[in-house]
Design a protein around this ligand. Structure first.
Ligand SMILES: *[C@@H]1O[C@H](CO)[C@@H](O)[C@H](O)[C@H]1NC(C)=O
Ligand SMILES: *[C@@H]1O[C@H](CO)[C@@H](O)[C@H](O)[C@H]1NC(C)=O
Length: 961
């Protein structure tokens, strides 16, 4: 280390030499190269020493100073180097949509006293938000949403007196909302901020009443999907400019302040899924309201309120499970803007009267589980969806359409999608291209628009979406970016109540965007330069990595070649080069030195199966033990409200760990020996597998005679629930393919990378869970079997599994191999396209499909068997034939004729590309739903398995004490 002062000296000489040669300020240049060195790649023209003079992509200069770095959707990975502090004139930093860019945000960023825009949307930054951000006195726009930040919101951010946009949503922030405490400023001092977007975090505690005051200019206040408790402070009524309010999905209690109707500009009101009490809020006079959701609270039982029929702009009224009674006023259906009425689980009674003057946009009236006894529909028949299941009018075996449970009866309304104007047969595009609305093939910039509070709820009506297309088109033209056409499709409300919409921007007059185009386009969307029509409300965009033409030609690791110049500068430089090269070689060698392979994990140590006493509590790395009392506490004493499912083994409860992590607690029925065996199997197996498509085990409890497993919480339920329409998740063809791909990757991991390999033995749709981004997670390892080294890939065992999915060969021979899972997976694949139970009333899906397949016909002639929700047109179901071929290979009689799971993964990836859901990378298919996942590294796309592939499974030893 004696070398270092000398190096520093040489470096400064070098920097000065650069400054003489180049237009760009030397410090800026050194800072930028420090930043770029912590990334995996650089834009293609970042060569040489003069970012400003050479007009580097994504860099803006004023004079010789760097004032902006904008590199969204570039596929950068690595970290943000503390060298950023050198760029003292920097005003704009936008690194959004680089999902593999992460690590902690350097606190030295606080030195950037000129920074106005700090935009890091959709990356994976973690750790605490540095309090030094509070020093950025010129900051106007702060977007750190959709990262992995944890810890509290620093009170120092209350110093950002110029802040206009403040978005911390979708992180893992904890703690409360800091307010002025007499010394330190708090969020209540942000009187120029119009947007507080803090939803989807783990924030808790009461909403302090001091936080709202009449000096504030807030128009969007989003605190949804957190753990806020206590009551809503009456100071809320002081926020007169407020337009959007989301308090939904918290634990708020107490009455809603009666002065809420001071908020006369409020258009969107979300209070659903809290524990609010007192009278049903009176919304009289709030004439700007268009979307009201107050479902699932515990307001006093009441009669249908007068304000129901007085809100002129109301499009959506969601009041589920609120014990509202009396006759529904007929005028509600004739409100001029009304689209959706979700009023299930109330006590509306008497005759339902829908006059002939019902609103022209009315799409859905859901009155399930009320007490309606009769119906009168005047004039022209109301022909849109009406659901009266569970009302007295339906109990007498009525055949009326409104008495059939939704999902089965109503023809699936077609969700909006931009039409493609092809006069002739559309051309077949290359795999990385898509068909544009103007019917040409090009490489679009794609991503997902998230609307946090749209004012409408009808997702089929062009009237809701065409204005967005037109508006984007005209604004992009104004911004002078080369966007030729725009396609939007697949709108749906996600589990956080955000409206998601897929967006494709096609280049104008060329097949591919350039790097500078993407830098600009990404920024237009990340910093909200583009503003959608007001009825869409606040939004954010998550772009996908764009594949540039240069990515294909230049390998991403290529480093700009600076050496010749350096040598040209001075002999001192040459010496430095030698030293640097030597250092580089030493470091590189060290890095390549193989990791000490961990001791090969021991074969399964068997427990004393008869004993459940605490003396045999296993010691497993990775999974922690919980006491009974801990689990009791986090599940509210195993309350009904926390009950999220059950099965033969017992019940599953939702819980929140003190760290804020949501978990699912599976509590076995007491006293079953079988349960005990499965319980242990599951702990042993799950604590040694780590893959993003396999549910992960947080811990377990063997205490007070209880057996409980604690898993990560997977919010969207089982695949089976989605297929039967139970869960509200809509799966179109491409999404189904992605889910199938995820499940296949999870199983392939178990077979091919777990050590020893694991046969799951119970692959079925109810054992595949969907997370918030609809990533598939294989779960339930109660029946799983490891294939020991001496077993040569098979074990003889008692036949277990689920009828309908069970491999007939295994059933007959009792020889268990991985191919048994492949069979079950094949059945699952067929279930995915037919949405039928594999075995129902003597009909076996495998036999039915085999019998019906006619390879000479369009879609193999399977139209009658396909799930109607898929829309059985061959253009919508691109790749279906290949999919069916694969599924049928998986269910071949003989295991030897079935593909391996790894082969199935490869094939599904190809099919997904045909369906237009794939990019160039093997894993990009699942990325389209999952911006939190990683760039492709391996066909199985797992994040973690490769840490272990050197033979070192995480050692999960089971040691009876
Ligand atoms: C900060 O806000 C509080 C009230 O919430 C106020 O009393 C205090 O004067 C404010 N301080 C500054 C510097 O604005
Ligand atoms: C509807 O319920 C209200 C009380 O909730 C009751 O007063 C009224 O008589 C009921 N009407 C009918 C037609 O049953």
């Amino acid at each position: 280390m004696e070398l270092s002062p000398w190096l520093v000296f040489l470096f400064s000489v070098l920097v000065q030499a650069f400054a003489i040669l180049a237009d760009t300020n030397g410090r800026d240049n050194a800072g930028l190269s420090g930043i770029a060195d912590s990334w995996n790649k650089k834009p293609s023209n970042w060569n040489g020493i003069d970012p400003c003079g050479d007009k580097w992509i994504g860099i803006t200069c004023t004079g010789n100073r760097i004032t902006a770095i904008r590199l969204s959707s570039f596929g950068l990975s690595g970290t943000l180097s503390g060298d950023i502090q050198s760029l003292s004139e920097l005003q704009n930093l936008d690194l959004s949509y680089n999902k593999d860019l992460g690590g902690p945000l350097p606190s030295s960023i606080g030195a950037l006293s000129n920074l106005e825009n700090l935009i890091l949307v959709g990356c994976s930054f973690s750790g605490e938000i540095p309090k030094e951000l509070g020093q950025l006195s010129k900051l106007i726009f702060l977007s750190l949403n959709s990262n992995k930040f944890s810890g509290p919101i620093p009170a120092s951010l209350g110093n950002l007196s110029k802040l206009y946009w403040f978005d911390l949503a979708d992180n893992k922030l904890t703690g409360g909302l800091p307010v002025f405490d007499g010394i330190n400023l708090g969020l209540d001092n942000l009187t120029n901020t119009k947007h507080f977007h803090f939803g989807i975090n783990l924030l808790s505690g009461p909403i302090p009443s001091e936080i709202f005051n009449s000096h504030m200019k807030l128009i969007h206040l989003l605190l949804d999907n957190n753990n806020f408790s206590g009551s809503i402070p009456p100071t809320l009524g002081l926020l007169n400019p407020l337009e959007v309010l989301r308090f939904d999905n918290n634990k708020l209690t107490g009455p809603v302040p009666s002065n809420i109707n001071n908020l006369t500009k409020l258009a969107e009101l979300h209070l659903e899924n809290n524990q609010l009490t007192g009278p049903l809020p009176d919304l009289t006079g709030m004439n700007a309201l268009s979307f009201v959701d107050m479902s699932n609270n515990t307001f006093n039982a009441s009669d249908s309120p007068a304000w129901f029929t007085t809100l002129p702009s109301l499009t959506s009224l969601f009041l589920e499970n609120l014990r509202i009674s009396g006759q529904l006023p007929q005028a509600l259906f004739s409100l001029p803007a009304i689209q959706t009425l979700r009023l299930r689980g109330n006590r509306f009674n008497g005759t339902l009267t829908i006059g002939s003057d019902f609103g022209t946009q009315l799409q859905l009236i859901d009155l399930q589980g009320n007490q309606i006894t009769a119906i009168t529909v005047g004039g022209s028949q109301y022909s849109k969806t009406l659901i009266l299941v569970g009302n007295p009018i339906c109990v007498a075996g009525s055949n009326e359409r409104y008495c059939t449970p939704p999902g089965q009866s109503n023809p699936t309304t077609k969700l909006y999608a931009t039409t493609k104007n092809c006069s002739a047969l559309p051309p077949t595009c290359l795999s990385n291209q898509l068909l544009s609305p103007t019917c040409s093939c090009a490489v679009p910039y794609t991503g997902t628009l998230f609307f946090r509070s749209p004012s409408f709820s009808d997702l089929s009506s062009p009237a809701n979406f065409v204005p967005l297309e037109q508006d984007m088109k005209s604004q992009f033209t104004k911004f002078n970016v080369p966007v030729g056409s725009i396609s939007i499709h697949d709108p749906f409300f996600d589990s956080n109540n955000n409206l998601q919409l897929s967006l494709e921007l096609f280049p104008s007059g060329k097949i591919q965007f350039g790097e500078q185009d993407i830098s600009e386009l990404g920024f237009l969307l990340s910093n909200q330069t583009y503003k959608p029509p007001s009825k869409f409300g606040p939004y954010f965009f998550i772009g996908k990595q764009y594949t540039f033409a240069s990515d294909v030609i230049i390998p991403s690791k290529s480093k700009p070649n600076r050496l010749p110049l350096i040598i040209g500068i001075s002999v001192g430089g040459a010496v430095l080069v030698v030293i640097v090269l030597a250092l580089v070689i030493v470091i590189a060698r060290r890095k390549r030195k193989p990791r000490q392979t961990e001791e090969r994990s021991q074969s399964f140590v068997s427990w004393d199966m008869k004993s459940t006493s605490a003396s045999t509590i296993p010691q497993l790395r990775g999974a922690r033990t919980f006491t009974f009392d801990e689990l009791k506490r986090i599940t509210n004493n195993f309350s009904e409200a926390n009950d999220i499912g059950n099965g033969g083994y017992g019940k599953v409860y939702r819980g929140t760990l003190p760290s804020g992590q949501l978990v699912a607690v599976k509590r076995s029925q007491q006293g079953s020996l079988q349960g005990s065996l499965e319980f242990r199997t599951e702990i042993e197996l799950l604590s040694r597998v780590h893959h993003k498509n396999v549910v992960s085990l947080v811990g377990f409890c063997l205490d007070q005679g209880e057996q409980m497993l604690v898993y990560e919480y997977i919010p969207n339920g089982t695949l089976k629930e989605s297929l039967t329409g139970k869960s509200g998740v809509r799966l179109d063809w491409r999404r189904r393919l992605r889910v199938v791909l995820g499940a296949a990757k999870g199983i392939a991991y178990l077979h091919e990378l777990a050590d020893p390999p694991i046969v799951h033995r119970d692959i079925k749709s109810s054992n595949v869970l969907l997370d918030e981004r609809l990533n598939a997670k294989v779960s339930d390892f109660g029946l799983s079997k490891p294939l020991g080294e001496d077993s040569r890939g098979q074990v003889t065992t008692q036949v277990k599994g689920t009828m309908g999915y069970l491999d007939p060969e295994y059933y007959m021979t009792q020889q268990l191999t991985e191919k048994s899972d492949v069979y079950s997976f094949g059945v699952l694949m067929l279930e995915m396209v037919t949405a039928r139970k594999p075995l129902e009333r003597g009909r076996y899906v495998v036999r039915e499909v085999k019998a019906a397949v006619d390879r000479t016909k369009d879609l193999y002639g399977l139209h009658a068997l396909l799930d109607p929700a898929l829309g059985a047109s061959s253009s919508a179901l691109a790749g279906l034939e290949q999919y069916v071929d694969l599924a049928l290979r998986c269910v071949e009689e003989a295991g030897a004729d079935r593909p391996s799971m790894g082969e199935a993964v490869g094939e599904i990836e190809r099919i997904l590309k045909m369906a237009g859901g794939g990019g160039t990378g093997p894993d990009s298919a699942s990325n389209s739903m999952s911006y939190a996942s990683r760039t492709p590294r391996h066909p199985y796309g797992g994040d973690s398995p490769f840490e272990y592939s050197g033979g070192g499974m995480p050692s999960s030893r089971v040691e009876p004490k």
